[in-house]
Design a protein around this ligand. Structure first.
Ligand code: SF4
Length: 306
């Protein structure tokens, strides 16, 4: 009998290779992708379709926000709670695996590839805290790790699993060529929580309005963001698309525009906290108008988050 399980798919090369290697080892694989405002499933959808496997996309926003609020193992280089996020995704996939009576959850992790989240200790933490001991398969590094239950039961051929270690991408790139995988995003890309500038905006939102309003989290991807001296959050549209989005958000605060001059729409989150903030917001908006930008923009540099 063959093993059956979920493979976490981001769309990156390692997650695609994990699927291929599992299939070679005799497994039936369904992809699973956890989507949030910080990580979209588009690349995973494309990869699953190219690999010809079914993909389940699961909304993971509430879980991710709870971790950004309070990550038990802390953040990576930015606002990315990778160890806990990874464990939580694996835990959720594990629950779904058990509901279906399947055998494993797999990931494209490579031992030693990332200093914080993919060393032996972190891989162990993820396995224990996800409650999936013995059922978590890392096909790319499996032969460096203890055999999992589907391997010992003979449902997954351990000899077909790999022993990749470290940061070099040579073996993965050679395997991609062998399997005809040509389309994959860069290994670091994809999750906004790892981006320094985005992390600055998210940290600011967490400290001021909090993370309880999902729409405010989604708006971090729209426009230029400011935190004004009396504490008002300001979002100024960068282009027509941003302006269109912000114009529909009157329920979240106070809208400003540039009057008769062609220029941005802006949202004062929750309304201006003082007349001073409102006046400053008006000057910032005017500085981005076409023909009305009479002021040197350095006047607002210290309140500009990104
Ligand atoms: S990169 Fe983003 S999605 Fe991936 S584990 Fe880290 S926080 Fe989670």
């Amino acid at each position: 009998m063959n093993a059956r399980g979920f493979s976490l798919m981001s769309g990156g090369l390692d997650s695609q290779l994990a699927v291929k290697i599992l299939q070679l080892a005799g497994a039936e694989v369904t992809g699973i992708c956890f989507e949030t405002p910080f990580f979209k499933a588009a690349a995973a959808r494309k990869a699953a379709s190219a690999l010809g496997v079914e993909l389940l996309v699961v909304d993971f926003t509430d879980d991710e926000l709870a971790l950004v609020e309070n990550p038990p193992h802390g953040f990576g280089g930015s606002m990315n709670p990778c160890i806990d996020c990874h464990a939580a995704m694996i835990r959720r996939a594990g629950e779904m695996m058990k509901e279906r009576g399947w055998d494993f959850v797999s990931t494209g992790e490579v031992m030693g590839q990332r200093p914080m989240s993919q060393n032996r200790q972190s891989l162990g933490i993820v396995e224990r805290s996800s409650g999936l001991a013995g059922r978590l398969v890392r096909p790319l590094s499996a032969r460096l790790l203890d055999p999992t239950i589907p391997e010992t039961e003979g449902k997954l051929d351990r000899s077909k699993l790999l022993d990749i270690h470290g940061r070099s991408r040579e073996r993965q790139i050679a395997l991609a060529a062998e399997f005809g995988i040509v389309d994959y995003p860069s290994p670091a890309g994809g999750c906004k929580l790892t981006e320094e500038a985005y992390g600055r905006k998210l940290k600011d939102l967490k400290e001021h309005e909090g993370l309880g309003t999902r729409r405010l989290v989604e708006l971090l991807a729209v426009g230029r963001h400011f935190r004004l001296p009396d504490g008002t959050g300001l979002i100024v549209g960068r282009d027509r698309a941003d302006n269109g989005v912000l114009s529909g958000e009157a329920a979240l605060g106070e809208l400003l525009d540039s009057g008769d001059l062609p220029g941005p729409t802006a949202l004062l989150i929750g309304g201006a906290k003082s007349d001073g903030d409102r006046e400053l917001a008006r000057r910032i908006v005017l500085s981005y108008t076409k023909g009305g930008g009479v002021e040197d923009r350095t006047f607002f540099a210290s309140w500009h988050l990104c």
